[in-house]
Design a protein around this ligand. Structure first.
Ligand SMILES: [Zn+2]
Length: 141
């Protein structure tokens, strides 16, 4: 009998975290530094690779009302969370709120979603499945 385990191997130098939430917060911290991220949404994903969580490269949109992006997971990696920014130029409504699309995406994928509210430098979580939305989980200095 041959049995195989498809293992994810974290890229050398990739940031590693103990929790998906820590990785999402670090990813959002990086998102806020990207060119154009003060005007447009930046987004990425968190995945589990072996025992560690890490975040993907981020994409910055070019439309006022969000954008679509794609990410390739490394072999064996497991999607663990989504994250994106809410620059106030994009979000005319309360930027601390997840949009219906934000929540639908997290529900569909079955993972929590995190937003950085750029104006307040706050990180907020939606725990998917209709659970509490907009829970404050971090604040940048
Ligand atoms: Zn959003």
């Amino acid at each position: 009998m041959a049995s195989v385990i498809i293992a994810c191997i974290l890229a050398a130098g990739a940031p590693a975290f103990d929790t998906a939430e820590a990785a999402a917060i670090a990813g959002l911290r990086e998102s806020a530094t990207l060119p154009r991220s003060q005007s447009f949404e930046a987004a990425g994903i968190v995945y589990r690779c072996g025992d560690a969580y890490t975040y993907s490269d981020q994409k910055v949109g070019n439309d006022r009302f969000g954008f679509k992006y794609s990410v390739r997971l490394p072999d064996g990696a497991i999607l663990a969370a989504l994250f994106h920014t809410h620059p106030h130029q994009v979000t005319e409504a309360d930027p601390t709120k997840f949009s219906p699309d934000d929540m639908a995406q997290a529900d569909k994928l079955g993972v929590p979603s995190y937003i950085l509210v750029v104006r307040y430098r706050e990180v907020r979580r939606y725990s998917f499945g209709g659970k509490a939305s907009g829970v404050l989980v971090g604040r940048f200095k």
